[in-house]
Design a binder for this molecule. Structure first.
Ligand code: ATR
Length: 296
């Protein structure tokens, strides 16, 4: 294959975040770009909070096509846009920027990517009830998406109750049915058969324990969806030990990436090789896991 790096018409896509060293986005996006025979490369840049705005303006000046934006810049990305999609507007954060004729367009594909990933595990069935743990930025994308997809009952549990209340109040116009707040301690009572539990917090990842008390039995058919990939959370481990189904954030990562690419390339989503991106991501995860086991 021709070396695209030497092409004068080479264009660029970026991931802006801090940190970005362990991100799989460049790997999966470049696999898709190669498959689609595009003279485009996707590169990660570690950008500080102070430098974020000038970095984006620099990319616009350089003629980049766009960027994905990750922690901690999604709200700053929202603010920098000239124009935003309705879903980005509702969520209040952008994970995709598209540069066009000097203008910055912002979208949010986190929620829709996460929802598409869920169909891999739930099929097309919409759960009757969703229990969302956390009320930060990630929970905003999730609650908005659940409401848009007409999940009849949504309960948000959070350590700081007021934060969950603010979130629910904001999304009530999108929710057709019940959307309410409960304290974190009520987790076991909130579970019911076939419900969907979404863990959006990073709690417990730094070696601490899960902030949730689990019931003695995991309800039949209930599924835990976590937004984190590559690391098992204490909650994920505990639910698996009770025989529950758990999905990590890998599918969300892949499908939000596929949707970003469709936007940048102005192609229908069906033309983006999401399966190849998923296969590439899974292979990488298994290599990283086996390296960890070797070093244990
Ligand atoms: P993000 O944008 O990734 O969602 P965030 O906005 O900082 O990150 O939100 C983090 C979420 O994790 C919040 O819901 C937070 O609870 P509070 O609103 O009470 O702060 C939750 N969280 C973080 N650490 C936690 C812990 N140790 N126990 C319980 N909840 C925790």
């Amino acid at each position: 294959m021709e070396n695209i790096l030497s092409r004068a018409d080479l264009r660029t896509l970026w991931l802006l975040g801090h940190p970005v060293r362990h991100s799989m986005s460049p790997l999966i996006q470049n696999a898709a770009l190669r498959h689609l025979n595009q003279a485009i490369i996707y590169q990660a840049a570690d950008v500080s909070v102070e430098d974020f705005e000038s970095a984006v303006h620099g990319l616009v000046a350089l003629g980049a096509i766009g960027a994905n934006v990750t922690v901690p810049h999604k709200e700053a990305a929202f603010r920098i846009c000239h124009q935003r999609t309705p879903r980005a507007e509702a969520i209040g954060a952008c994970n995709v920027l598209h540069f066009s004729q000097g203008r910055i367009l912002g979208d949010n594909t986190d929620g829709s990517g996460w929802w598409r990933g869920l169909t891999d595990i739930l099929g097309r069935t919409v759960p009757e009830k969703a229990v969302v743990v956390g009320a930060g930025g990630a929970a905003r994308a999730v609650v908005y998406t659940l409401a848009r997809n007409k999940v009849p009952e949504i309960v948000v549990l959070n350590r700081t109750l007021e934060r969950a209340e603010t979130l629910v109040r904001e999304f009530l116009p999108y929710a057709l049915t019940r959307c309410y707040v409960r304290p974190l301690e009520s987790f076991p009572e909130q579970l019911k058969p076939d419900c969907l539990v979404v863990q959006t917090t990073s709690a417990g990842l730094d070696g601490g324990s899960s902030p949730l008390t689990l019931p003695d039995r995991w309800p039949a058919g209930a599924v835990l969806s976590e937004l984190i990939y590559g690391k098992e959370t204490p909650l994920g481990k505990a639910v698996k030990a009770l025989g529950g189904k758990v999905q990590d954030g890998l599918a969300m990562l892949v499908y939000q990436a596929a949707e970003s690419l469709a936007l940048w390339l102005d192609r229908p989503l069906q033309e983006i090789p999401a399966e190849l991106m998923m296969k590439t991501a899974r292979q990488r995860v298994s290599v990283v896991r086996s390296e960890h086991q070797d070093s244990d």
